[in-house]
Design a protein around this ligand. Structure first.
Ligand code: PXG
Length: 289
């Protein structure tokens, strides 16, 4: 496997980051997870824009332009000879002193991995996922800014642990006010009486690229959309529920906290979104060869 690291494609064994890197010492950095399908990178521009916005929010200067980062991403995928897969792009604060001060780190580091990912076994795409509500809350906007896709994912990791220990694969995270924000690595949608509902970004949801794709598809399919504050009540009484994420794509949810959602089976509109997403993902994107 060839890894892109600070301007060079190197072998996996040579792709190393210092123990003095603030990305490791403090989780000081940002990242993106991007998919490629059929020789094309899906929503590349949007991912790189979000990367630069995450970096800007934490005063992290990426020493390359948006255009260059897009090009390096494509070069990395091409160098690994895959047609379909997953890209992990990470920008760290770089090497510095032992001490929080990020201004003592002269240069950010960036690396790009092009590999594959299988988040959930295939059967869950057919039969649906059981999710739980976890006790770990989404950080408040005044704490770890929830819009920043930072390297500080411990909150999400702990939430994921709660899910796994409860025999579920994903957990719903509430914000400090008790409204549904999203899951540990996925955005959430419910369908009620033909309308698609999803939490507001200001309730602590990540501004998901897949979420945005679903909102576009809803407009094309003529499905009305309500971006609004949701509580667990809205999920309990929903007709259908599904999650979205770059890694998960679109996956049905059939229960919350062991209570059936709707019929307890993946719903018909959810299936339409899954199909529409697949078609879009396999026919659009930035060619990398
Ligand atoms: N919420 C959070 C907190 C995320 O990290 C999403 C939603 C979905 O956003 P996109 O833009 O991908 O539609 C994400 C991103 C994993 C994993 O291994 C998942 C993500 C990031 C890192 C790891 O499950 N999803």
């Amino acid at each position: 496997m060839k890894i892109w690291l600070d301007g060079k494609l190197v072998d996996e064994a040579e792709a190393k980051i210092s123990v003095f890197d603030h990305g490791l010492l403090y989780g000081d950095g940002v990242f993106e997870g991007i998919r490629f399908y059929n020789g094309r990178v899906f929503r590349l521009e949007e991912h790189i824009t979000r990367l630069f916005e995450s970096a800007r929010a934490i005063l992290l200067d990426i020493p390359w332009t948006h255009e260059e980062v897009c090009r390096f991403t494509c070069e990395t995928v091409a160098a690994n000879g895959l047609d379909d897969g997953y890209i992990r792009l990470v920008v760290t604060r770089g090497m510095g002193e032992l001490g929080l001060n990020p201004f003592l780190c002269p240069k950010a580091s960036m690396f790009i991995i092009a590999s594959t990912i299988k988040l959930y076994p295939e059967e869950f795409y057919t039969n649906g996922l059981a999710v739980i509500t976890c006790a770990t809350r989404r950080p408040a906007p005044g704490a770890l800014m929830p819009q920043v896709k930072s390297l500080n994912y411990l909150n999400n990791v702990m939430a994921k642990v709660e899910a796994i220990q409860a025999n579920a694969l994903e957990a719903i995270m509430l914000n400090e006010q008790g409204y549904v924000a999203e899951c540990t690595g996925d955005n959430l949608f419910v369908i009620k009486n033909g309308t698609l509902h999803t939490p507001l970004i200001s309730d602590g949801a990540l501004n998901g690229i897949t979420r945005a794709v679903i909102l576009e598809l809803a407009a094309q399919l003529g499905v009305p959309v309500a971006e609004r504050s949701l509580t667990r009540y809205d999920i309990f009484i929903a007709d259908e529920c599904f999650l979205t994420g770059t890694a998960a794509e679109v996956i049905p949810v059939v229960s919350l906290d062991r209570r059936k959602i709707g019929s307890g089976q993946p719903g018909p509109l959810t299936r339409r979104f899954i199909e529409a997403f697949k078609t879009l993902a396999n026919t659009t994107g930035t060619p990398f060869r």
